[in-house]
Design a protein around this ligand. Sequence first.
Ligand code: CU
Length: 294
Amino acid sequence: MKLRILMAVSLLALVGTACSQEQKTTATEEATPAPEVEVIVEDIPSEITGNVLALHVRATGVEIAAPAGNSSAQSAHFVVFVDREPVGVGEPIPNEKGVIESAEQPIKVWGLTEGKHTLKVALADGSRRRIHEKAVASKTVTVTGPWVQASAPSEVKAGEELMITIKSSGFTVVDPEASHDMPAMGEKVGHYHILYDGAEPKGGQSFTQKHSNGKQADHQDMARFDVAAGEPMAQESMEMGMTAGRIFHTSAGMVTLTNIPPGEHTIYVVVGTLEHRAFDPLVADKLTVRVKPA
Ligand SMILES: [Cu+2]
């Protein structure tokens, strides 16, 4: 009998301890407010040469994940608004130039023109709508160039041509064919390299494609254009098979790509020297194009 009472007492004591611990935990949770969601952009140089900026961004109070279609505010990804105000909270993120969505680090800002730029970093949810109104960080940078900027429609139908317009400044654009007879001129002259579904370019990288026997590829592998010096650049058409990793060398300010298969495609436009080496620091722009089935 005595033992039973003792056991009952100790059980009660145990229950009592468990209860008080539970209460304590609840009290602590109530006392701590929900973590504040904040976006922090690491310091960047006030001035950059070339025209590609790498932003190192982190967030507190929210998990960073690639957009997966859900609208939970528990996870988010970054949205960089270049020289424009962020859209309002709840509004969809526009698929436009000057708007970069990323869950990866660093976030590359491509195709900046010469001059001062303001970058505002906000958060969006998995359904690609802006969330957390107060979580915005802003930085400014001055681009000294050289620079290149490419523009193209963000969406075309399969079978339609994709016209890319290229503008640049800070170097002389020279035809890749003509450049064979020219002395080395470093980064004072160059031409455009169009990277179709290739890897992200790096400053100083070579765009010379080599054959499997180790010999350097000749210009049959390069797009040919006849653009007379001083003439405005005419639209050129490239009737070539679009295979991933293909590189086109051109001095044309307007380039038409044809026969792009349906799906999402990444096109980099990179300025390189006469020797087909990317300017370093990088002078490049990035395009994302969606080709819808016809
Ligand atoms: Cu080249």
